[in-house]
Design a binder for this molecule. Structure first.
Ligand code: FAD
Length: 501
């Protein structure tokens, strides 16, 4: 290594996102005398605010971007270094930053997050959304746009298509239903009307003990239009100033150049075949690719269903890849199939004294039957916190066991302005055909799905204000045999809370 070690810290944490900051907070409170360094590429850090433990495992919080001085004021032994880590030398226990400085560590935690898995690299017409800068770039480009194409079916795509106004959105999803990362087709059907004109409906609860749902055929498309006057209850005022967080779009008006309120066309079961500029399309010998208005859009996207759409730009919302590159060269990290750093039940990687938490890592311990990793705020916080506890415990030679939060998957969020609670194997993940579903659905109000395996509750999807999360969480945790209750479990006339008291 060319440079001399400037300073050696007991703990070095790389990344000022939720995982890194929570890890720093945990270490600094647990061992206040230890010298801690937070090395982060961005100028700001992300802080968890308004943390609320909703039930045993469900938690809610806001995420704010803050100057790093806030952390340094709180923890006198903390030094924040604003530079990206360029390389890691696990043998000598040191990291080198982009500005040429070298820092030693006793224990290191990598919390460098992920970056958008872009459809293509370095295409000026393809945008990914990751941080405040990219969200602002999207807003700027959108203000002049008449049509965009959104590719992807996860949380970001879901939020984006719902939030964009004044611009036609073509939404390409590879699945048979929208929101496949979080929902089944039944929940998607429940949510789809939110993309149409907003007519509050109050139908009687329709109880559907076994769910079936019509899926769109391969290559099928559906268009939903809502005009400005029909915004109704689904649109709240935007709150200025909030940073990119779970409500990342709230401070940013996602408005295009057209007069229409919302027009979303969903192209199901398709992926991107090719992206052309207008000139490339004109030059192309493949006449069949040419849409009627060729030349009038700056970019064209050809889907695997054979359709080609012109648009102002394409938003690539197809997930993230763990940010591991700067750390790999010269080291021997075990990587998971998804590219994440493999960590064990103490958040330790395969390299000595190197831990990892948040989006950059892949949880490779034997999971509880009711938990799975998903790259979300909640898990970034939980992993950062637990990694901090493990690092402290190892330094203090104390035993530590896998935290309870990894017992049961839980997530609270909002989609299409509905509260959404997901618990356990909410989509029957990994259960094969050996499970049963109970569904209760009231159009425009609530969607309740319970996943049962061997008569025991193993997963739940709650959309709307159902007030069922605590009771169902208890039923999942205590694994009571629910066979005697059968479909009564979702009978809207029974107060389920009293029932199991
Ligand atoms: P990050 O928050 O990505 O932080 C990584 C940090 O590492 C950054 O500070 C970065 O600057 C730093 N870094 C990277 N490389 C280096 C380096 N080489 N050297 C030094 N520092 C480095 N999750 C939800 O639960 N709910 C949501 O509603 C939700 N919405 C989202 C919306 C968008 C647009 C996006 C992109 C994600 C959303 N997520 C949501 C996912 C959530 O943001 C992530 O799971 C979470 O931020 C992961 O936290 P992290 O700390 O692991 O990584």
């Amino acid at each position: 290594m060319a440079h001399k070690v400037e300073k050696t810290f007991k703990f070095v944490i790389v990344g000022g996102g939720i995982a890194g900051v929570t890890c720093v907070e945990q270490l600094s409170s647990q061992i206040p005398s230890a010298e801690v360094a937070l090395i982060t590429a961005g100028p700001h850090i992300k802080a968890v605010t308004n943390y609320k433990q909703v039930s045993k495992v469900l938690e809610e919080f806001d995420v704010e971007e803050r100057p790093s001085s806030v952390l340094e004021e709180k923890f006198p032994n903390l030094m924040v270094i604003h530079s990206a880590v360029k390389s890691l030398h696990t043998q000598s226990h040191s990291v080198e930053t982009a500005d040429g400085r070298v820092f030693g560590y006793e224990k290191l935690c990598i919390c460098s997050g992920g970056r958008p898995k872009l459809l293509t690299q370095e295409n000026p017409y393809v945008l990914g959304i990751r941080d405040t800068d990219s969200a602002q770039e999207l807003q700027k480009r959108l203000s002049k746009a008449k049509r965009i194409v959104v590719v992807g079916n996860g949380g970001i795509a879901l939020e984006l298509v719902y939030e964009v106004e004044g611009c036609e959105v073509i939404w390409a999803v590879k699945d048979k239903a929208i929101g496949n990362t979080f929902f089944d087709a039944g929940a998607a059907q429940f949510l789809i009307p939110s993309l149409e004109a907003d007519k509050p409906e109050r139908a009687a609860p329709c109880k559907r003990p076994r769910y079936t749902t019509e899926e769109p055929a391969a290559g099928a498309s559906q268009t939903f239009t809502a005009d400005r006057n029909s915004r109704g209850r689904n649109s709240g005022p935007t709150e200025p100033g909030s940073a990119l967080g779970p409500d990342w779009h709230e401070g940013i008006a996602l408005r295009g150049a057209e007069q229409l309120y919302r027009r979303v066309s969903v192209e199901y079961q398709c992926e991107v075949e090719k992206i052309f500029t207008s000139e490339e399309l004109l030059d192309s010998q493949q006449q069949t690719l040419r849409p009627e208005n060729v030349g009038s859009w700056p970019v064209y996207i050809q889907l695997t269903n054979g359709k080609t759409f012109g648009c102002e730009f394409v938003v690539s919302a197809t997930g993230v890849v763990p940010n591991t590159e700067p750390f790999l060269h010269g080291n021997n990290f075990a990587l998971a199939d998804d590219g994440g750093l493999r960590v064990d039940d103490h958040m330790m990687t395969s390299e000595l004294d190197v831990y990892a938490a948040g989006d950059v890592c892949t949880a490779c311990w034997e999971h509880s039957p009711l938990w799975q990793q998903m790259r979300l705020w909640t898990q970034a916080r939980q992993m950062g916190w637990y990694a901090g506890r493990c690092m402290a415990a190892h330094v203090l030679s104390e035993p530590i066991e896998l935290d309870f939060c990894f017992e049961l998957f839980s997530h609270i969020t909002k989609f299409f302005n509905y509260k959404v609670v997901l618990l356990g194997k909410f989509n029957g993940q990994g259960l094969g055909p050996d499970h049963e579903l109970l569904v209760r659905c009231t159009k425009g109000r609530e969607y309740v799905k319970v996943v049962l395996s061997g008569g025991r509750m193993v997963g739940v999807v709650l959309i709307g204000e159902t007030d069922l999360e605590e009771t169902f969480e208890n039923l999942i945790l205590n694994q009571m045999d629910l066979t005697p209750y059968g479909e009564e479990l979702l009978n809207p006339n029974i107060d389920i809370e009293d029932y199991f008291d």
